[in-house]
Design a protein around this ligand. Structure first.
Ligand code: SF4
Length: 97
């Protein structure tokens, strides 16, 4: 969401997938260094209907105006802020390796 401050984003966007019960990490096979996330409620689909998964590093940026399956896990604003810091730190650490 370009051009929108973080505060405006929290005020206008209600549904962060990262704070939803159905947002899950995919188990990785050994040797696969890129973690993925999926929607266990089946809401993330490709054009032809197959399930779509996303890289873990995008987890804090997955949001929607509304989702009828959203199952909030707790307070959103602080959680997403903290998650963004963690994801950024992890990305920086892996870039240094
Ligand atoms: S159920 Fe909706 S809010 Fe929850 S992870 Fe899936 S798409 Fe996101």
């Amino acid at each position: 969401m370009q051009g929108v401050s973080q505060l405006e984003e929290f005020q206008t966007v209600k549904v962060y997938c990262a704070n939803c019960f159905y947002c899950k990490l995919l188990p990785t096979e050994s040797g696969n260094a890129v973690l993925r996330i999926r929607c266990a409620a089946g809401k993330w689909k490709k054009k032809l209907g197959q399930e779509k998964v996303y890289k873990y590093c995008t987890i804090s940026r997955r949001f929607q105006d509304f989702c009828d399956s959203y199952d909030e896990m707790g307070e959103t604003t602080d959680y997403i802020r903290e998650l963004r810091k963690i994801v950024t730190e992890e990305a920086n650490e892996s870039a240094e390796k």
